[in-house]
Design a protein around this ligand. Structure first.
Ligand code: PSU
Ligand code: MN
Length: 304
């Protein structure tokens, strides 16, 4: 049934069939998260880092209505160049993009869905969506959180960006039974900075320990994902006071422009990049590399 919609790249398929480690990668970070050409360069380098650490990369998107698990370099170039012209595709959007044979950039939520369809257990990205600041009024809560509640994929990220309400994001995840693991850290990293004011649920210092918890969770039939929060390497972290102010201004600008819904996150990401004159982009790229490495290590341990 699924084969009617799903194209698993032959190299990825061979690895999955042989029980070898594969790491999923999202495509909204390419189309909506970073500018061209840095987005394409980053996407390619991330794939190489995963290979260098012993796993096979599978960048995920929807192309002409086909669910693609594992994209070619040309496909990544195409998607990165098209940028925001590609439709940002979360869970609700998938059937419509497929039915009209359109292109879709997959978010964390939809990348998890396609990864799970293919049998991939580990996914590396930059930051997850979450409960937005002001959600008490706007109800803006990313579908990523509900996906983490339901779909069996571990997501390696650099914590939650403070464009979100980090405290409420953690409360939501707790309610939904989603564990938040800190890799070699007791506090949840805040994307551009190594720390936030919030603790993680479990600190684990070795990829093997993370893989063991994933295996236990899913072998017992406890559905849903795991958030693995991996702090940005200190030498690439941004100044906390500076980034806090930038984010505050970006959120105020978003509100005064009346931007809401799926446009919120891309707007905030672009504003922050603009206001930091690229230093946030450099940090963003480095933390994604760091997450790719850890994801590959976890995938290798999981398949051991
Ligand atoms: N956070 C980032 N970079 C990103 C995103 C989030 O730091 O590129 C993207 C991811 O694809 C994530 C999506 O799944 O934004 C969340 O969008 P929303 O808040 O509309 O659910
Ligand atoms: Mn939203």
């Amino acid at each position: 049934m699924l084969a009617q919609y799903l194209d698993i790249n032959p190299e990825v398929k061979a690895a999955l069939d042989a029980g070898r480690p594969v790491v999923a990668l999202e495509s909204t970070i390419i189309s909506h998260g970073m500018p061209y050409p840095q987005n394409v360069e980053t996407a390619r380098k991330v794939e190489q880092i995963i290979r260098d650490n012993g796993a096979i990369p599978a960048t995920i998107a929807i192309l002409k209505g086909r669910l693609k698990v594992g994209m070619t370099h040309d496909e990544i170039e195409y998607l990165g160049k098209a940028g925001q012209a590609v439709i940002k595709t979360s869970r609700r959007d998938i059937p419509f993009i497929v039915a009209k044979q359109a292109d879709g950039a997959t978010t964390v939520a939809s990348t998890m869905i396609l990864a799970a369809m293919a049998g991939i257990k580990v996914f590396a990205t930059g930051g997850i969506g979450g409960v937005h600041r002001g959600a008490q009024q706007t109800f803006d809560i990313s579908a990523d959180l509900q996906e983490l509640a339901n779909t069996d994929v571990a997501v390696v990220c650099a914590g939650a960006k403070s464009i979100l309400d980090i405290g409420l994001t953690l409360e939501y995840l707790e309610t939904q039974g989603v564990p938040v693991v800190g890799y070699r850290t007791d506090t949840l990293p805040a994307f551009y900075t190594c720390e936030s004011d919030f603790g993680v649920d479990y600190r684990l210092d070795e990829p093997k320990q993370i893989a063991a918890a994933m295996a236990a969770k899913w072998q017992m039939g406890l559905k849903g994902g795991v958030v693995v929060a991996n702090p940005i390497p200190a030498k690439f972290a941004l100044d906390k006071a500076m980034i806090d102010q930038v984010i505050k201004d970006a959120v105020a600008e978003m509100d005064s422009n009346g931007i809401s819904g799926k446009a919120s996150t891309p707007f905030l990401l672009a504003k922050v990049a603009e206001k930091t004159e690229g230093s946030s982009l450099a940090a963003n790229i480095e933390l994604v590399f760091n997450n790719a490495k850890l994801a590959a290590q976890i995938a290798c341990e999981y398949h051991n």
